[in-house]
Design a protein around this ligand. Structure first.
Ligand SMILES: [Zn+2]
Ligand SMILES: [Zn+2]
Length: 720
């Protein structure tokens, strides 16, 4: 290749990088961001390196623009290649995740702020005068800031701008990232925490790859311990990425990071406004953003010099992305750590079996915290045998649980009921003809959501009005809800405890500011009884909560998901761990029809290691992860018989290989999804097998036609 041509990787599902000619006098090293023509469009890409045959004879098109930005590092480029080959996708699909802040390339935009001009307003109302007084003190402020500080509506500020009483001033675009103060909110550590922090600091001091599993019971103060490691990494000149499952990324948590390090960290997730995303993207790329707290996709930000990755709640299924490139952020964080020679800390109270096995084998350093920090005690857990409960029809709370809630409320404490099911009822049936309300596009029930007065498909989001008559036999008033969702449990609670202030925390009802408001009300003890889905399990500190009731502990056990047991344990332990954090002791009561199940008995005994040990033995004998690897292949299409034919043809040509088993093909449990028919195949492979090579050889000459599609999911977490 000559100096005047470059390969540019584009954020599309293309085979590899495309070659372009550089304009005379323009240089572009690997990693540079460039604007290039593609067809009739102009697109953004990254100058790529790596072996590639020079294109023959074709007239190359010219690079339009090279951006003046720090280049994407070699580590990051190899990471993109690695992720693409592991998940059998085009590198451009991975690059697209890096370029998720398109505005960042236009450079920081200026902000318009306002100052008092000295011109008197025509009508000097108290509100207007308040705004002008604030606008004449010191720094120019943005319209929204003036509005908030003066406590007035937008029209007041707008009016003053219109009259010229406020004049515009241009401010430079991005607010710069502050330098962390590593001692700012340093809290005294217990001896156990200090020992753990020392181990993690030693890992940072080695300045190489290396993974630690920080394994500590809920309330043991893991966060303060990894904060110490973060401080050490920043002191060493590195940036720190703190990954959290999106659901745990709360204002409460960000405030905690801010208190500890004396600055607002960059934060990155789907709800962050575009302007702020651009600022974070640029701060990550130029190395000025020292701490970023983000959801899984933050791993793909263009890190200048990553010094530590912390994956909190590492066991969380939310780290697996299900659409687009189906990557697992925890696993890819470990890969990044090894490519970038930077340490990683995986933290959890209930680590995944994958991570526990790696710790057992000595691949990860196992750092444990056994005690709850401070005065907080682990809640006492007891089981309620629902086979003996004799519930009245349409009720879901057993007498022992209902009485315990009553006593808790009477004592002025808080109680929480956990049920991982949104909506009013999971199923609606016709009493007369047996018809069940079903999504027209999916083989899934339509779930009644009473607050929203809607029927909702939880798979595709299809909505329908709540039906008065059966759509099949047209009988009026014949539809009956079956089973409970959180809304129905709330209905029961309202009739049992009419004086209690009840809050429902469920992702479809509470988001953003609304959720923050509710959480604050809970913390301030303005709510007596919380009824919630898994939204309540993560990252919240409820100091007044002393009783947790699990309405249905068996829910996730019988789903056919190999990780069902592990997940049930994790979520129940986590929800139970919300109780008793304020130092007054906590109690967890678990309703189950399977009180003899090893999961239930070990929950009561608090014997996590015992239960996880049993689960590992089961996984080993069943040939499941973490002992063997899985890949799922989903064949889908809008035509039922063409989809089935392709799935069967694919099965027939599966290469025979020692150490590889192919299961299926069979219709997927959700056989119809968004109007597409689906068939599944599952590949199980011994760890020594190159699974990617096997899949590639198998699928090499298969090109699905028309609406047909083949999706490959390496290390699947979804079996529906
Ligand atoms: Zn009917
Ligand atoms: Zn649907």
């Amino acid at each position: 290749m000559t100096n005047d041509t470059v390969d540019v990787l584009l954020p599309y599902a293309l085979e590899g990088a495309y070659s372009y000619r550089l304009p005379a006098g323009v240089a572009a090293a690997p990693g540079a961001y460039a604007q290039v023509p593609l067809g009739t469009r102009s697109v953004l890409g990254v100058v790529w390196d790596g072996a590639r045959e020079p294109p023959e004879g074709k007239a190359l098109r010219q690079v339009e623009h090279v951006f003046d930005l720090p280049p994407l590092t070699e580590t990051h480029r190899r990471f993109i290649d690695w992720v693409a080959s592991y998940y059998l996708t085009a590198p451009g699909n991975v690059l697209r995740m890096v370029l998720r802040a398109p505005g960042a390339f236009e450079g920081p935009r200026q902000r318009i702020a306002y100052q008092a001009s000295g011109i008197e307003p025509r009508r000097p109302t108290p509100q207007r005068l308040r705004v002008l007084r604030i606008a004449s003190e010191g720094m120019p402020l943005m319209a929204r800031e003036l509005q908030e500080l003066a406590g007035v509506g937008a029209s007041v500020v707008k009016g003053l701008i219109g009259e010229g009483a406020l004049k515009a001033v241009l401010l430079p675009g991005d607010a710069p990232f502050a330098t962390p103060d590593l001692e700012a909110g340093h809290l005294p550590l217990s001896r156990e925490q200090e020992r753990a922090a020392r181990e993690l600091r030693a890992l940072i001091a080695r300045r190489g790859a290396g993974v630690a599993l920080l394994d500590g019971v809920t309330g043991s103060g893991k966060t303060e311990v990894y904060f110490e490691a973060m401080a050490a990494a920043i002191a060493g000149g590195g940036q720190v990425l703190l990954l959290l499952p999106e659901i745990a990324l709360t204002q409460q948590f960000l405030a905690r990071v801010e208190r500890r390090f004396g600055l607002a960290p960059g934060h990155w997730h789907s709800d962050v406004r575009p302007r702020e995303r651009e600022r974070v993207w640029r701060g990550v790329a130029d190395g000025t953003a020292k701490i970023v707290v983000g959801a899984r996709s933050a791993l793909f930000l263009p890190w200048a010099r990553l010094g530590l990755i912390v994956v909190d709640e590492e066991h969380e299924p939310a780290y697996k992305q299900e659409d687009g490139v189906p990557y697992h952020a925890r696993d890819m964080a470990v890969v990044y750590s090894s490519l970038a020679k930077c340490p990683a800390i995986l933290a959890s109270a209930t680590p995944s079996l994958e991570s526990l096995l790696n710790a057992e084998k000595g691949k990860y350093r196992h750092v444990r915290l056994h005690n709850r920090h401070g005065r907080a005690e682990l809640p006492k857990t007891s089981l309620i045998d629902m086979r003996q409960a004799k519930l009245a029809s349409g009720t879901w709370l057993s007498e022992p649980l209902a009485e315990a809630i009553g006593a808790t409320l009477a004592a002025g404490d808080q109680a929480l009921l956990f049920l991982n099911r949104r909506g009013y009822a999971p199923l609606t049936l016709c009493r007369r003809c047996g018809h069940r309300l079903q999504c027209p596009q999916c083989s899934a029930a339509l779930i009644e959501h009473r607050f929203r007065r809607q029927l909702l498909c939880h798979f595709c989001g299809h909505t329908a009005p709540v039906a008065q008559a059966c759509p099949d036999c047209h009988a009026e008033g014949s539809l009956v809800p079956c089973g409970p969702g959180v809304e129905r449990v709330a209905e029961e609670a309202r009739s049992r405890y009419p004086d209690a202030r009840i809050a429902i925390l469920s992702s479809d009802l509470t988001r953003g500011a609304n959720l923050r408001g509710m959480l604050t009300a809970v913390v301030k003890n303005e709510v007596n009884l919380i009824i919630g889905t898994q939204l309540v399990a993560k990252g919240h500190n409820f100091p007044h909560l002393t009783l947790v009731g699990v309405v249905d502990a068996d829910l996730a056990l019988e789903t056919g998901d190999p990780r069902g047991g592990e997940r049930t344990w994790a979520i129940i332990a986590q929800v139970a761990g919300r109780a008793g954090r304020g130092g007054r002791g906590g109690v967890a009561m678990v309703q189950t029809y399977l009180p003899q199940h090893p999961l239930m008995t070990s929950l009561v005994a608090g014997d996590r290691d015992g239960y996880f040990g049993q689960e590992l033995a089961i996984r080993a004998s069943a040939g499941l992860p973490p002992y063997r690897r899985l890949a799922a292949i989903v064949v889908s299409g809008s035509d039922a018989s063409a989809t089935e034919r392709l799935a069967k043809a694919l099965r027939a040509r599966a290469p025979m290989a020692q150490g590889v088993d192919v299961l299926g093909t069979a219709p997927a449990p959700i056989h119809l999804l968004r109007g597409r028919h689906r068939w599944r195949l599952l590949v199980k492979a011994d760890p020594a097998i190159n699974l990617q090579a096997y899949l590639k050889a198998w699928l090499a000459d298969v090109t699905p036609k028309g609406s047909l599609r083949i999706d490959i999911d390496v290390d699947p977490y979804n079996f529906l």
